[in-house]
Design a protein around this ligand. Structure first.
Ligand SMILES: C[S@@+](CC[C@H](N)C(=O)[O-])C[C@H]1O[C@@H](n2cnc3c(N)ncnc32)[C@H](O)[C@@H]1O
Ligand code: SF4
Length: 374
């Protein structure tokens, strides 16, 4: 019987909306009622979700990974921790003994009582959206928080010896004009010894408010490679395109996505995947239904290659080539040779990209498309 070992839950509220963000979220009009309605919505969704899981004979087992993302789930606070406790008890869900249970936290968007309650519930990993440690850029992005909020949160994490990750953004508007120094910002952050960092290059829409002040590709590439080098010199492994960790502190939850494993999801806009059914589903915002997409064999194959190449485990060619014709194997080998000569690989077999390769991942996938290899 297939099992559900991982769950993602999407909390769709933020104290304030950042000007670049495209995730599903809104500002609560009245926290008490909105949060109560949200808990009710989750309960209803879960009924529909359980029916679908039953149809495919899935069974819940104690979760090995659990992730609450958003939005700003730390805003859910004590009410949220209690709602979760009830929810888990009512459905007889449990966190496994060594479960990695992550909560996204926004600087300035949490209280001690709230985080204490989430920790009492079992959340044991915290992902903090710092984005920049320069006030000018926080203002440009319309972030709610200031530097005091960041230090206050990092001090709380250190005080309680918590396992935490940091979200940090590159390619920000006005980077050239204000001469952004990402290494100086990261030096400050590393003093608090995060076990994990996620590095995101800002993506924008064509009508973005600061579209005329974006740094060019050259600037962004230099930032990305500079940061990758700096983090590696400080003992972090570049284990996925956007992620770095101290050895052994990779995000177990995200590795399940990158290994194309089954991860269930609840909450407006949340996306889940049932590997055994090759089924991806996405919750429609505030409807008790989801869109379904069943992947074909060749889509699964493409995903596998794409996901393997995104990660430090890489693509095991010994195993993969057993499924290919001699002609395709030769074409792959030529391409691997080309990538190596251009300095994009840290290993040929398995094929593992280095930071330079991760940076141009999309154009490497284009190479594969053009040669009809995916
Ligand atoms: C959806 S947010 C939730 C975390 C939290 N609310 C926050 O903002 O810190 C997750 C991460 O996605 C990244 N992100 C959001 N919008 C982005 C964009 N347009 N381009 C690149 N990264 C983005 C940010 O680094 C953010 O920390
Ligand atoms: S706080 Fe996070 S989720 Fe909310 S608007 Fe800003 S980037 Fe988006």
């Amino acid at each position: 019987m297939p099992t559900i070992k991982s769950l993602y839950l999407h909390f769709p509220f933020c104290a304030h909306l950042c000007n670049y963000c495209d995730f599903f979220k809104s500002v609560p009009q009245n926290k008490d009622t909105d949060f109560q309605n949200f808990a009710h919505y989750l309960e209803q969704c879960n009924q529909v979700h359980s029916q679908m899981l039953q149809k495919y004979s899935y069974e819940y087992v104690p979760f090995e990974t659990f992730y609450i993302g958003g939005g700003t789930p730390s805003l859910w606070s004590t009410t949220g921790a209690l709602a979760l406790k009830d929810f888990f008890e009512n459905h007889n869900w449990k966190l496994a003994k060594d479960c990695e249970a992550t909560l996204e936290v926004n600087p300035g968007g949490w209280t001690r009582a709230g985080l204490d309650a989430f920790r009492a519930f079992g959340m044991n990993r915290f992902s903090l959206g710092i984005q920049s440690l320069n006030e000018k850029f926080l203002k440009v992005l319309d972030r709610y928080h200031d530097l005091n909020h960041v230090h206050e949160t990092l001090n709380y994490f250190n005080e309680h010896e918590l396992n935490f990750s940091v979200d940090f953004m590159l390619g920000l508007p006005f980077s050239r004009e204000y001469k952004r120094d990402v290494i100086a910002e990261l030096e400050e952050i590393l003093k608090y010894q995060p076990k994990h960092l996620s590095l995101y290059i800002l993506t924008i829409k064509s009508n973005y408010i600061h579209k005329d002040h974006m740094p060019d590709d050259e600037w962004i590439e230099a930032e990305y490679l500079k940061v990758a080098d700096y983090l590696e010199k400080n003992g972090y492994v570049h284990y996925e395109v956007s992620n770095f960790s101290k050895p052994g502190f990779e995000s177990k939850h995200n590795l399940r996505y990158w290994d194309a494993e089954t991860v269930a999801a609840l909450g407006p806009s949340a996306t889940g995947f049932l590997k055994e059914q090759k089924l991806r589903y996405k919750w429609k915002p505030y409807k008790y239904e989801f869109e379904e997409e069943v992947l074909t064999e060749s889509e699964m194959e493409f995903e596998k290659i794409y996901l393997n190449l995104r990660c430090f485990k890489g693509l095991d060619t010994d195993q993969y080539f057993t499924t290919l014709t001699a002609e395709k194997i030769q074409a792959w080998q030529n391409l691997i040779q080309k990538w190596e000569t251009m300095g994009y690989l840290q290993s040929r077999n398995p094929v593992i990209l280095n930071s330079k390769g991760f940076l141009i991942m999309d154009s490497l996938m284009d190479d594969l498309f053009k040669k009809d290899l995916v």
